[in-house]
Design a protein around this ligand. Structure first.
Ligand SMILES: [Zn+2]
Length: 274
């Protein structure tokens, strides 16, 4: 989307001009919509300064990337098992949006899928190419590159830990769903807002007159591609349905648990009429 400014009172989920600055963080503000209770940060990548200079894959960044590979390995295995229960992966055409280092794409390849991946960070793309031989794409899913060549092309599209990072979740999902074949499956996961640390922090913020945000800042980030919105399970399910998917699985992995790393995990099938 080509915009030069955005009125954050306009809710990024329901579109109503009903959002109010509600939680002040040190360098940003969480807006809350009075109509749909969506929570989003007053930051957009498309409005921020481009990061200065080219990202380089040096020893430090390489070390950081490699230190995180192991901790994600089990997560990717679980994601693969989740998908395999809905889809025959062999010969499946798959697109991984937010491919990171290409680890998940490689797991799909090992199961016989034909894959492509999108990763906006040039540093991670370089790493994926050097280490895994994967040629990830820097073009975002909304771009002409995908929207002119790959309409109704994929059987599977995954967005692991992506939807909280994008400027406009609705546009990203609509663009992704256009690339799905009718009957194709989209899977995603994202942090949940319905967890104790978030809810308790909201309460403490109110009780302290805005002095104590506790864990609220840790759910969001103002860096480029940082977390800009945190959904409830119902908000995200309804958004997927509005975008043309029939929900086939909806799990909030840690509802009610204290300090758990809780995620919403959703899978939807593209309805034939879309
Ligand atoms: Zn709203």
């Amino acid at each position: 989307m080509d915009i030069t400014e955005y009125n954050f009172q306009r809710c990024k989920l329901c579109g109503e001009t009903a959002a109010e600055p509600t939680y002040s963080l040190s360098d940003s503000t969480i807006y809350v919509c009075r109509c749909c209770d969506f929570h989003f940060l007053n930051r957009l990548d498309c409005l921020s300064e481009k990061s200065s200079g080219q990202e380089h894959l040096n020893e430090k960044s390489r070390h950081y990337i490699e230190s995180r590979m192991d901790e994600n390995h089990h997560l990717h295995q679980n994601r693969l098992a989740f998908i395999a229960s809905y889809l025959h992966l062999s010969q499946c055409e798959a697109l991984d949006i937010g491919a990171g280092l290409g680890q998940f794409q490689r797991l799909l390849n090992n199961r016989g899928a034909r894959t492509m991946g999108i990763e906006p960070s040039s540093l991670r793309r370089t790493y994926a190419w050097e280490k895994l031989g994967l040629d990830l794409h820097g073009e975002l899913v909304e771009s002409d590159y995908w929207q002119t060549r790959f309409i109704q092309h994929f059987d599977l599209i995954t967005l692991w830990d992506v939807i909280e990072h994008v400027d406009f979740p609705h546009q990203t999902l609509e663009s992704a769903i256009k690339l799905l074949k009718p009957g194709g499956i989209l899977c995603l996961d994202t942090p949940s807002r319905e967890v104790f640390p978030y809810r308790f922090s909201q309460k403490l913020y109110r009780l302290s007159g805005g002095k104590i945000g506790l864990f609220l800042p840790s759910f969001y980030s103002t860096v480029r591609y940082g977390h800009k919105q945190i959904f409830t399970q119902q908000q995200l399910s309804e958004l997927l349905e509005r975008s043309g998917l029939e929900i086939i699985s909806s799990v909030s992995s840690g509802t009610g648990k204290l300090f758990s790393n809780s995620k919403i995990v959703l899978a939807g099938r593209k309805t034939a009429s879309m």
